[in-house]
Design a protein around this ligand. Structure first.
Ligand SMILES: [Zn+2]
Length: 294
């Protein structure tokens, strides 16, 4: 969250509040760099580094550039360069910083989770606006990373779109192949997904998931109103649940052992009233980013 805030500040300062496009190639990086009137050679150098060293630690990337700054003019630009580098690293590679799991709320129960290496989409892509739930921008689909993992709780259109999914490469898991998650878990270090069969009034097959990643536990509830499976898991770091899970838990007097809750699957116009405790985040704002350091 701090990152997103900082990014916003840098963005408005340097680019006069204009939104920055996502940068994934050299030409785009060059374009952005030249639009802020840096000397040509520096433009090329920085954008090359940004592209080629995307996995470099930010700190070493900055030092690397600082060492290359020879002329006075360049030195003068140093501060700006750092700000720009941060901006571009963060916006183009999303969340390439280390030791953080970043979770972006896309809409409905749609989440994008990444540690900078593995990209996981949950209940996304869905059909934008299905059942009067949240819509999302077309760019959301375009920005999906190659070879991502897609995980679905069930196949209702506010969670899943067969048509959109078909166009994407990557590994796809849902209520049709939960047993295949084992192969996935074996292939990625420090990462596993447990599928938990849960009930949903309108579909026969619904799964909730426990994601264990870098020692953190992230629970994905989906649509189920059944609190029991969730209540059996200890020491959850973030539980993503619809609001009815919280009300059911209260009514049935069931305790959920989670440090934080992300309440998703709200209608766009849904109003949240009353006092909200600090550990509960109502996900009304699309593109909101939750950071879990590990
Ligand atoms: Zn739903």
């Amino acid at each position: 969250m701090a990152n997103a805030f900082c990014l916003q500040a840098i963005r408005s300062k340097i680019l006069n509040s204009k939104p920055t496009p996502f940068v994934t190639n050299q030409a785009d990086a060059d374009k952005i760099m030249s639009s802020i009137l840096l000397p040509n050679r520096l433009v090329t150098m920085i954008s090359t580094i940004v592209i080629s060293k995307s996995k470099m630690h930010l700190h070493s990337a900055i030092n690397y550039i600082a060492n290359k700054l020879k002329t006075k003019r360049m030195k003068k630009d140093y501060k700006r360069v750092i700000a720009i580098l941060v901006l571009i690293l963060v916006s183009s590679f999303g969340f390439s910083q280390t030791n953080e799991i970043n979770i972006k709320f896309i809409g409905n129960a749609g989440l994008y989770l990444t540690d900078g290496k593995t990209n996981l989409y949950v209940d996304f892509p869905y059909k934008s606006g299905a059942h009067k739930y949240m819509e999302y921008e077309r760019s959301e689909l375009d920005s999906i990373k190659d070879n991502s993992i897609f995980l679905f709780t069930h196949r209702h259109s506010d969670h899943y779109s067969k048509k959109l999914l078909k166009k994407l490469n990557g590994k796809k898991f849902g209520n049709w192949n939960p047993e295949e998650l084992k192969n996935l878990n074996d292939s990625i270090p420090d990462f596993s997904i447990d599928a938990i069969r849960t009930s949903h009034t309108f579909t026969f097959k619904h799964y909730s998931y426990l994601i264990s990643w870098h020692g953190k536990k992230i629970y994905i509830n989906g649509d189920t109103g059944d609190v029991e499976p969730l209540s059996k898991i200890q020491d959850i770091d973030w539980a993503f649940v619809p609001y009815w899970i919280l009300s059911n838990a209260k009514e049935e007097n069931i305790k959920i052992d989670a440090k934080s809750f992300g309440v998703y699957h709200l209608y766009p116009q849904q109003v949240v009233t009353g006092e909200i405790p600090d550990h509960i985040l109502f996900l009304k704002e699309q593109n909101k980013i939750i950071t879990i350091p590990y």
